[in-house]
Each structure stands twice: as structure tokens, then as C-alpha cells.
Design a protein around this ligand. Structure first.
Ligand code: FAD
Ligand code: UDP
Length: 397
């Protein structure tokens, strides 16, 4: 007899399993239809011995001290600031667009103040900023929008930016200074021994049983449990009663090269000519030293494993109908990127899972976040090392 059946061993499922087991002494069965834990964050050493991310690059960044402290109980960190170059007009230039991007692209020598005027002259002023096109053209104008955003977005989502919510391209800022970091969050670090190792530590509890290669539908009638946590696609849970919710998929092409370095940055984005969106070279992310190097190409697809909810009104309307069905099931908690149909980063999913835990055990919001940051000290020594990493990560802000 279990207290909880948890469907999916990604961030949402694993954080809840850890909290319920170690914070409340509940008996938990967690299953995943994949042959591994860690969901999309799964990493492993490939045949050459290089640590790679099976489902594309996962870079951890957050402004939440609570989320960072919580995860620090299960991993040490390696301070890491992510940088991206974009391949545009035959050149490699910093992305997000910054002062150096403009100077290099146009052969100019503008200052920060001058580039502000430069953008102001190019910017269009749409009446409302509703779509992903509006966000970009209102800041940098149409030419830069077309060079950096239009085709990348069409490839990535199979939709024109004018058909997507503003929130999608708003993830990428525009800068007038020379800051070339992809993120500016206060905590930016990678789990020192990888994500999978961190998940193994989270799930290492006598109260947690794990079943892999296992769709929950195969076992739901074989075990008894009091409540369920569901982190798979919400439309599948309800047998597509209101039709399929579109999730964007990707095909990953992994390669290993017999050279120490493949490209001059951790990620190179290819907005225009190529069928893939970006190439990631893993050793930059992990800090591993190796005489060979592994990279992954991302090819967006309509069909395949669901990775991205697609933020646009039509889809939000379908999700709202499923949400009503979900709310009528107090025995099932819907958590995570697929089950709540939200384009969330890892840290947002951790926060969502901690909040759900708080709700389940009847804590108030602040209490839930604060308590989880001090409660689950499964591997206490990690905390000291993590503090070192966070200090060095934030000192470069
Ligand atoms: P998932 O990790 O998808 O876990 C859900 C699990 O449920 C899956 O393992 C699935 O197999 C399982 N499941 C589904 N249905 C069933 C079923 N019927 N039975 C059993 N198991 C089932 N976030 C960042 O913060 N930084 C990044 O750099 C970043 N990069 C990303 C790059 C890519 C290419 C992608 C796709 C995502 C990226 N993300 C990144 C987002 C990050 O992956 C998610 O926020 C996070 O993994 C979501 O966790 P989750 O637990 O909600 O979902
Ligand atoms: N984007 C773009 N060009 C780029 C980088 C991003 O058009 O060079 C747009 C694209 O629509 C993408 C969105 O901005 O899906 C968000 O980018 P992010 O890098 O956050 O995407 P993710 O890492 O989640 O795939």
C-alpha cells in the first residue's frame, strides 16, 4: 500500500517524491515510461566517456534562493555562465543582441548611448505588444527581427512569431551594453556531477520505490495508493477528450568529434539557413576535460516526444477545458511542464513542485518554500560547497 503514485520522474515528480518521502514520511511509488530517472534533464556518459544531455542542453539558472538551496541538498555546483553566439550573415555574433552584436554585424563602433539611439530609430511601435513579433520589432526593428528571430522561431515552433504569445521571444532580452551572458539570474550553476546524479540522491530514500520502463496505465490497477501526482501530458490523462493539445517536439542528433573543441561557444544558434536551430558542445557546460568532444544538433518536429507546450491563445483555451477536468479530481495533483501546459524552466518546475507539496501538507506559501530549504538535508555536506559556488556565481553579476 502506497500513499502516493507519482507519474514521471522528472523535476516535478522527483521533487514531490523526495518531499513527501523525507518531509512527511509518506510511502511513494514513482514510475516513468522512460528507462531512466531525471526526465528531460537526464544526462549520462556516452561511449567515449563524455557527459552529455540526452534531451538537449539543460542550463540551470534561477533567482530563487529557496529553489537553489533546496537543490543544494542533493548536489554540489560548478559555477557556470552560459554564452551563445548566433550565425548571422556569415558571422558569429553574440546572442542576445548587444552592443558588440551591432558593431560587428554592421562594422560600426557605437557606444552604449549611441546604440540606444540606433535601436530607437529602427524600432517600430505597434499599437499593442501581443505577439512574439511585436516584442522584437518594438525593440530593435524589422531588419534585426528578420535576421535573428523570424526564421529561428518559424523553425522552432512551426509558427510565425506573429502567431505566438509575446512571452516566447520575450525570454531573450536586448542589451545596449557588452554583457554577453545568456542569463542574468543571481544563481547560475551546473550540478557538479550531473543532473542524473542529483536525481539519484533525491530519490535515495527507503520510502521511495522506483519503476522504470513503466507507463502508469500498466500498473495503476496493480498497486493501491491514496493519491496520485501526475506530471505527463494533461490531454493524454483525459484520453484527449477535448482533442490533442499541441506540444512541439525535437529530434536530437548527437555526434562526437575527434578534436578537443568543435565550436567557439557553448551554443551556436543557426536562425536562418540550416534546418536545425542550434548546436551545443557539452564540455563547455560540464567543464569536463577530454581529448574528444560531443555536440548535439536540435531539429524541431511536430510529432514525437512532447517537449514544449506552445504558448498561444487557441492552445490556452483548450488547456483551460482540461484544467476544469483536472480541478474536479482532488485525488490527482497535476504538476510540471506537460501537466500544467506551461513553458517553464527547471527552476520554475521545482518551485511549482515545492508549492504543491506545501499545499498537500497544508502549509502556507512562505512556510512551504522556507521549510523545504532547511528540511530535506539528505546530503548535508553539499550545502557548504554550494554556498561557495553561489557566491562566485553572483560575484560576477
Ligand atoms: P519532464 O522532465 O518532461 O518529466 C515528465 C516525465 O513524465 C517524463 O520523464 C515522461 O517520460 C514521464 N511520463 C509522461 N507520461 C507518462 C506515463 N503515461 N507514464 C509514465 N511516465 C510518464 N530548462 C531550464 O531551466 N534550462 C534549460 O537550459 C533548459 N533547456 C531545455 C532544453 C530542451 C531541449 C528542453 C526540451 C527543455 C529545456 N528546459 C530547460 C526545460 C526543462 O526540461 C523542464 O522545465 C523540466 O525538465 C520539466 O520537468 P517536468 O518534470 O515537468 O517534465
Ligand atoms: N529565439 C530566436 N532566435 C534565437 C534565440 C531564440 O528567435 O537566436 C526565440 C525562439 O522563438 C525561441 C525563443 O526565442 O523559441 C526562446 O528562446 P530560448 O533560448 O529561451 O529557448 P529554449 O532554450 O527554451 O529552447
Amino acid at each position: 500500500m502506497f500513499d502516493y503514485l507519482i507519474v514521471g520522474a522528472g523535476f516535478a515528480g522527483s521533487v514531490l517524491a523526495e518531499r513527501l518521502a523525507n518531509g512527511s514520511g509518506k510511502k511513494v511509488l514513482i514510475c516513468d515510461r522512460r528507462p531512466h530517472i531525471a526526465g528531460n534533464a537526464f544526462d549520462f556518459y556516452n561511449d567515449e566517456g563524455i557527459l552529455i544531455h540526452k534531451y538537449g542542453p539543460h542550463i540551470f539558472h534561477t533567482n530563487s534562493k529557496e529553489v537553489f538551496d533546496y537543490l543544494s541538498d542533493f548536489t554540489e555546483w560548478r559555477a557556470y555562465q552560459h554564452r551563445v553566439l548566433a550565425h548571422v550573415d556569415g558571422m558569429l555574433v553574440p546572442m542576445p543582441i548587444n552592443l558588440d552584436t551591432i558593431n560587428k554585424l554592421y562594422g560600426l563602433n557605437l557606444t552604449s548611448f549611441e546604440v540606444e539611439d540606433f535601436f530607437a530609430k529602427l524600432a517600430e511601435k505597434p499599437e499593442h505588444i501581443r505577439t512574439s513579433e511585436d516584442v522584437v520589432v518594438s525593440k530593435v526593428g524589422r531588419e534585426l527581427y528578420e535576421k535573428f528571430f523570424k526564421n529561428y522561431t518559424r523553425k522552432q515552433w512551426g509558427l510565425d512569431p506573429s502567431e505566438l504569445d509575446a512571452s516566447v521571444t520575450a525570454r531573450v532580452p536586448t542589451r545596449t551594453n557588452r554583457d554577453d551572458r545568456y542569463f542574468t539570474d543571481s544563481y547560475q550553476a551546473m550540478p557538479k556531477h550531473g543532473y542524473t546524479r542529483m536525481f539519484e540522491r533525491m530519490l535515495d530514500s527507503p520510502n521511495i520505490k522506483i519503476m522504470l520502463n513503466c507507463d502508469y496505465r500498466e500498473i495503476i490497477n496493480q498497486f493501491s495508493f491514496k493519491e496520485m501526482i501526475y506530471t505527463g501530458p494533461i490531454d493524454a490523462f483525459f484520453d484527449y477528450r477535448y482533442g490533442k493539445l499541441p506540444y512541439r517536439s525535437l529530434e536530437f542528433k548527437h555526434e562526437t568529434h575527434d578534436a578537443e573543441q568543435f565550436q567557439p561557444a557553448p551554443v551556436v544558434n543557426y536562425p536562418n539557413e540550416q534546418p536545425f536551430t542550434r548546436i551545443t558542445e557539452f564540455k563547455y557546460l560540464t567543464g569536463q576535460e577530454h581529448k574528444k568532444t560531443s555536440v548535439v544538433y536540435e531539429y524541431p518536429q511536430a510529432e514525437g516526444d512532447p517537449y514544449y507546450p506552445i504558448p498561444r491563445k487557441e492552445n490556452a483555451d483548450i488547456y483551460a477545458k482540461y484544467k476544469i477536468l483536472a480541478d474536479a479530481r482532488p485525488d490527482v495533483h497535476f504538476v510540471g511542464r506537460l501537466a500544467t501546459y506551461k513553458y517553464y524552466n527547471m527552476d520554475q518546475i521545482v518551485a511549482q513542485a515545492l508549492m504543491t507539496y506545501g499545499k498537500i501538507v497544508g502549509m502556507k506559501r512562505k512556510e512551504a518554500m522556507a521549510k523545504t530549504a532547511t528540511d530535506g538535508k539528505v546530503f548535508v555536506p553539499a550545502r557548504a560547497a554550494a554556498n561557495g559556488a553561489s557566491a562566485s556565481a553572483s560575484s560576477v553579476r
